[in-house]
Write a new protein. Structure first.
Length: 241
């Protein structure tokens, strides 16, 4: 995915703003009223899985947890209707794909797969998200066929990304477990996927900056054949007129 815009020219970023606003309408509180029996009064801090019974229609539809878009703070569209684009501080909204019956397992605190920024800071009821400069293949690994490709980061790549802010339930950068497992569209007609918003505060401008965001969990895997399995990457190109 590539996001290219000029903060001084609204016509270059209006499409991104409209996409996020339209997506987040389902998360307006007016669509999750207390009187709506399709919703449950779930904890508003990360908590454990909620088992809602069998995966059949014999007991009727299942309730779903509410998710308040206000938890996304600066990237909710409620504080800043331009989602940071007007100021050159773009937001992106991240969700996990819906998978029937899937229970994502949080990583162990000492897991070697975790980036340094997450080690010792994970929550046992949360699938954490982390975004950083995208690793690229070295030239030598591109021509080497027998061994696994080697990836590396240059210092200047890291510096291009700058400060990253995360917004989610309870101020956590991740997906709370009480939204899992998912029972399917028929059984959970108003299911709302938990969201994490990421805001890039001082991306280097007038050049392309590639970023990769990953979800971390014991049963979340990555595949070179599917670049969107457990992760996604985005290229920002912020141009100043």
């Amino acid at each position: 995915m590539e996001i290219s815009f000029d903060p001084g020219n609204p016509t270059t970023y209006d499409k991104y703003v409209k996409l996020m606003e339209n997506f987040l309408k389902r998360y307006d509180l007016e669509n999750q009223k207390e009187t709506d029996t399709d919703f449950d009064s779930c904890p508003i801090v990360p908590s454990g899985y909620i088992d809602r019974g069998k995966y059949d229609e014999s007991a009727g539809t299942k309730k779903s947890c509410r998710f308040n878009r206000a938890w996304l703070e600066n990237c909710s569209g409620l504080i800043d209707p331009n989602f940071g684009y007007k100021d050159g501080k773009p937001c992106v909204i991240i969700k996990l794909n819906r998978i029937l019956g899937f229970k994502p397992k949080p990583p162990q605190n000492g897991s070697e797969s975790l980036p340094e920024e997450l080690k010792g800071r994970t929550n046992r009821f949360l699938i954490p998200i982390h975004c950083a400069a995208k690793e690229i293949l070295s030239e030598s690994s591109r021509t080497e066929q027998k061994s696994a490709p080697k990836q590396y980061l240059k210092d200047e790549d890291i510096d291009k990304v700058g400060t990253v802010e995360y917004y989610g339930m309870g101020g956590f950068a991740g997906f709370p477990l009480q939204y899992y497992p998912y029972y399917g569209k028929l059984l959970q007609p108003k299911y709302l996927q938990p969201l994490v918003a990421v805001q890039f505060i001082n991306l280097t401008q007038d050049m392309g900056v590639r970023i990769e965001c990953k979800a971390y969990g014991e049963n979340i895997y990555y595949s070179d054949k599917d670049r969107f399995q457990g992760r996604f990457d985005v290229k920002f190109d912020i141009k100043r007129s």
